[in-house]
Design a protein around this ligand. Structure first.
Ligand code: ATP
Ligand code: MG
Length: 571
């Protein structure tokens, strides 16, 4: 391609509303333009990159025996009603009606469609296992579309689905995906982690997320280098370091303590002189309509996802002040487990287990209780419901964990029987008995790969795209297009690069060299061959975008050298 004929609207400055680096650079380098919140037009450079990402995904999916299919983006409500997700999924789903008044939605994922498809066609266990995949648009009416292509309302997903005869079969399909994902993200040039994840709305048991460490990310990951433990904060577990002071001695009964206007743990602790770790934090929540009391050590925070999975709840909200007064007779800030109604489920974090003589709310506004001992003064289920914090101790190695921000690029789930059971997918089994296939579901966000690659590879001059997914591999830039020797040498070089299978671009614009260099750097083209005055001595300059180093190379050696460098960069 010749730059003079391309539409690459680069900008000197990033629009003010672009926050993260990849968003700014995608706009500045002329990759994308936003049509409406979360809906983007992909211009030529973005589309080239995305095509390359998709090609890598296709190769690796084909390599594990997955079959490419293509499903409609518009789904009838009925299949989502069968699985129960028509109601379970809220405003994230785009819904509309057709001219006959039938309910439809835009696909946000396609478990229902593949299960419907399999149910109609799959007859025998002999047809299993199956892995089907597609690369196709997904629509989600995200509450806060932001950060450029990172969280959009229309994105491209590689989604695949596996059907197996039993759990051992699912393990095989799952592991194939795990390995394929590792190859895909490595080949795309990402530095990534595979972490234990929470299954969320998808249901099912085991799940891993593939994440790219980056400050622009919205996921928080708990990591321990010593043991290799890595998990999403939503489900991460670690030991909370023991309190630095021992519990007060004695076995006195709970005693009231007036704590006027002292509501938060910090206020009460300052007031009674005991550390925050010696207080019980009481949260009253409503999970799918049922009141629940969650207790935490005073210095710790609740992990709502852990609590929701324990309760099997879809929706959790804090109780309203009137509900607190009705159930416990007190306001927030003075609530506690002692004397709570028997009907209220009490879940205490394991960091409270074995403790004694703590301070808790008295269920009397403006009062707390001293000498509260879990187990003796109230009964509770002890479960880990706390959020891991930086510096907590890894379960396996006992070493401190750290928290890192990450971008989620892929997610694999063992779905189990959730969809095959709710939607009645059965095949004939070995001895004529019917069996229900077990399923897996696996997603990759194509645009997330592009944004994560930019977040991980950029500098003040722009993107430094990994060679495998850059829109072009090499740009040939004559310093002065009007100089015959330079133009002719550039043309020849460009033609031989194309012939050698290198994805080259010729910058044939009659612009100043500085402008051409800036644009190529901004767009992140990994290699630049500069044809300048030295071409008369048979030399050109080879500049490497990622290191910003350049060296003179003999013109006849350029093609071979670039092929070597590209092969190495993609290895
Ligand atoms: P997130 O937690 O970031 O919302 P998710 O858990 O909803 O992601 P999945 O349902 O597992 O995501 O979808 C599979 C993949 O699709 C994700 O790993 C991510 O790469 C991508 N993805 C999900 N939502 C979006 C979005 N709004 N914009 C761009 N990519 C997305
Ligand atoms: Mg989401």
């Amino acid at each position: 391609m010749r730059w003079s004929q391309l539409f690459i609207p680069t900008l000197r400055d990033a629009p003010a509303d672009a926050e993260v680096v990849s968003h700014k650079l995608l706009l500045r380098a002329g990759y994308v333009r936003q049509l409406a919140a979360g809906f983007y037009c992909y211009l030529y450079l973005a589309k080239r990159s995305i095509n390359k990402i998709e090609a890598i995904i296709r190769e690796e999916m084909n390599a594990i025996g997955a079959q490419e299919i293509f499903l409609p983006e518009v789904h009838p409500a009925e299949i989502w009603q069968e699985s129960g997700r028509w109601d379970a999924i809220g405003d994230d789903m785009f819904r509309f009606k057709d001219r006959f008044g039938r309910d439809l939605c835009l696909g946000m994922t396609e478990e229902e469609v593949v299960t419907w498809l399999a149910r109609g066609e799959m007859r025998s266990y002999k047809q299993l296992p199956q892995i089907w995949y597609q690369i196709q648009a997904k629509f989600r009416d995200e509450p806060r579309p932001k950060s450029g292509l990172m969280r959009v309302r229309r994105f491209t997903m590689k989604d695949s689905y596996s059907f197996d005869i039993d759990a051992a079969g699912l393990d095989v399909s799952y592991n194939k995906h795990y390995d394929a994902y590792c190859r895909i993200f490595s080949r795309c040039g990402l530095e990534y982690l595979a972490i234990e994840a929470h299954s969320g709305a998808m249901g099912g048991s085991e799940s891993h997320e593939f994440v790219v460490p980056s400050d622009a990310g919205e996921d928080r990951v708990v990591e321990c280098a010593a043991s290799g433990y890595a998990a999403n904060l939503e489900k991460a577990v670690a030991q909370a370091p023991a309190p630095t002071e021992p519990d007060p001695e004695g076995d006195a009964a709970p005693a009231e303590l007036a704590t006027p206007n002292q509501k938060t743990i910090a206020e009460v602790a300052a007031f009674d002189g005991l550390p925050e770790t010696h207080h019980i934090k009481t949260l009253v929540l409503v999970a799918d309509g049922q009141p629940v009391m969650a207790l935490l050590r005073g210095d710790r925070q609740l992990n709502e996802t852990k609590l929701a999975s324990l309760l099997g709840a879809n929706e959790i909200r804090p109780a309203h002040p009137e509900e607190l007064r009705q159930w416990l007779g007190a306001d927030a800030g003075s609530l506690g487990p002692v004397g709570a109604p028997k009907s209220m489920r009490i879940v205490a974090d394991t960091a409270l287990e074995g403790r004694k003589n703590l301070v808790a709310g008295a269920n009397k506004t403006g009062f707390h209780l001293r000498n509260v001992t879990p187990g003796r003064d109230f009964a509770a289920e002890f479960v880990d419901i706390r959020e891991v914090e930086e510096g907590d101790l890894d379960i396996e190695s006992g070493q401190p964990v750290r928290l890192r921000k990450c971008i989620e690029v892929g997610h694999i789930f063992k779905l189990g029987y959730k969809y095959s059971q709710s939607m009645d997918l059965r095949v004939s089994g070995d001895e004529g008995k019917e069996v229900t296939p077990i399923m897996g579901s696996y997603g990759i966000g194509v645009e997330r790969i592009l944004t994560a690659a930019i977040e991980q590879n950029h500098d003040e001059a722009g993107m430094a795209m990994p060679a495998a997914i850059a829109p072009f591999e090499v740009v040939v830039t004559p310093i002065n297009w009007k100089t015959d020797e330079q133009r002719e040498a550039a043309e020849t070089l460009y033609a031989s690069l194309l012939e050698a299978g290198v994805d080259a671009l010729l910058d044939d614009r009659a612009e100043r060299a500085g402008v051409k260099f800036n644009d190529a750097d901004l767009a992140g083209i990994p290699f630049r061959v500069v044809v300048g005055k030295k071409v008369t001595e048979g030399l050109v300059e080879l500049a490497v975008r990622s290191t910003r180093q350049s060296s003179d190379v003999k013109i006849e050696e350029v093609v071979g050298l670039l092929r070597e460098k590209l092969a190495a960069a993609k290895a």
